[in-house]
Design a binder for this molecule. Structure first.
Ligand code: FMN
Length: 191
């Protein structure tokens, strides 16, 4: 795969709400995406609706991994094709939801697939986070964790957009978050 040059945003939504129920985090992320210049490439995947196998730590046994298949291959290809990766993740227990954690753990495998260049192309990408939770302070450990993941792979940190969540639609009452969403992906501010 060649390194993408034109902006291409990959949005990974990770709310585990039932199909047909759009969560606050996705709603906020869609506000941010709507502000991108017309024609900007966007790909959206809903991790909770994909078949993501458990990650197995083989670093000190076989030391390598087979190329991913199925939905994990779809996500690897989408990850490599993106210039900007946006985690659209509500705060679950001060952390990220488990589907996103599974996807993220597989980055460790993708670094060890023979013949696959993963770590180096990741360093040219931006990682950003859109999140909602009951209050802002409870989001900080998760924001710090995602920023450190970006740092580990020498990615550019695009910052975090936070909104006050709760039941579906709650974030629409957060005027500050709505205003921040309109410029978040254009001039990302560090968390
Ligand atoms: C399993 C679970 C854990 C949660 N943990 C926290 C938490 O630690 N702190 C917090 O403020 N809100 C927490 N919440 C509330 C969600 O972050 C909040 O409702 C969020 O807006 C849900 O996002 P969504 O509407 O996009 O699904 C939790 C919700 C769930 C379902």
């Amino acid at each position: 795969m060649t390194t993408p040059t034109a902006p291409h945003y990959l949005f990974l939504t990770t709310s585990t709400r039932e199909p047909g129920h759009t969560g606050n985090t996705e709603w906020l992320a869609r506000q941010a995406a709507a502000a991108l210049p017309a024609g900007t490439a966007q790909t959206w995947h809903h991790l909770a609706r994909m078949n993501l196998p458990h990650f197995v730590d083989q670093r000190h046994t076989s030391g390598t991994y087979a190329p991913p298949e199925g939905d994990m291959k779809t996500l690897l290809d989408a990850t490599l094709a993106a210039t900007h990766i946006v985690f659209v993740a509500p705060v679950y227990w001060y952390s990220i939801p488990s589907p996103l954690k599974t996807y993220l753990d597989h980055w460790s495998a993708w670094m060890r697939v023979p013949g696959l260049a993963f770590k180096e192309p990741m360093a040219s990408k931006t990682l950003a986070l859109v999140t909602t939770s009951g209050d802002r302070t409870k989001a900080q450990p998760m924001i710090d964790s995602v920023a450190l993941c970006a740092q580990f792979l020498s990615m550019t940190w695009g910052g975090a957009l936070w909104g006050k969540g709760g039941p579906p639609g709650a974030v629409q009452a957060d005027a500050q978050a709505m205003e921040a969403a309109s410029r978040f992906l254009l001039t990302p501010a560090a968390a």
